[in-house]
Design a protein around this ligand. Sequence first.
Ligand code: FE
Length: 186
Amino acid sequence: MTNTTVTNTTDEILQLFSRRGEDAYYGEEVSQLEHALQAAALAEQAGAAPHVVVAALLHDIGHMLHGLPENIANEGIDGCHEDAGSLWLATRFGPEVTEPVRLHVAAKRYLCRRNPGYAAGLSPASTLSLELQGGPFSEEDAREFEQNPWFREAVMVRGWDDAAKTPGLEVPALGHYRDRISACLR
Ligand code: FE
């Protein structure tokens, strides 16, 4: 990818956040941008690799791409934001970014099966969407998921996703991730 393309693609992502970042993260007390920045900050604090930090930052980008109302889960609709997001990202990044994004909902279903107490710790909105997303994995699905090459990254992103919901938390701004986004582009 040329430098111009890298700049354009990185700007395109930053602009998407400036256009849609103030959107509600439905049912949560943080905006889409606050949620993304907190997830990325948690990834960085954990010492995650650059592509995992970028995946954490962009894991919910699908919510900002579709034109569906934010409260679709209340209407009994699953927006499949993980698929929309990873498809959009796939023209720009490799699987090291797109797969943890695509699998972060599967990781929730997995953790509900594997970790006693995990489901009880989910926010009300996340519990509601869990049902629309298919509910906890069966034992067979959980085992299959463990074989996925991106399993660990997906579970890590999921953990930061669940924790990135603190109103008013001070975290680095979007520009802090600009170089890492550019470095991860195809
Ligand atoms: Fe999220």
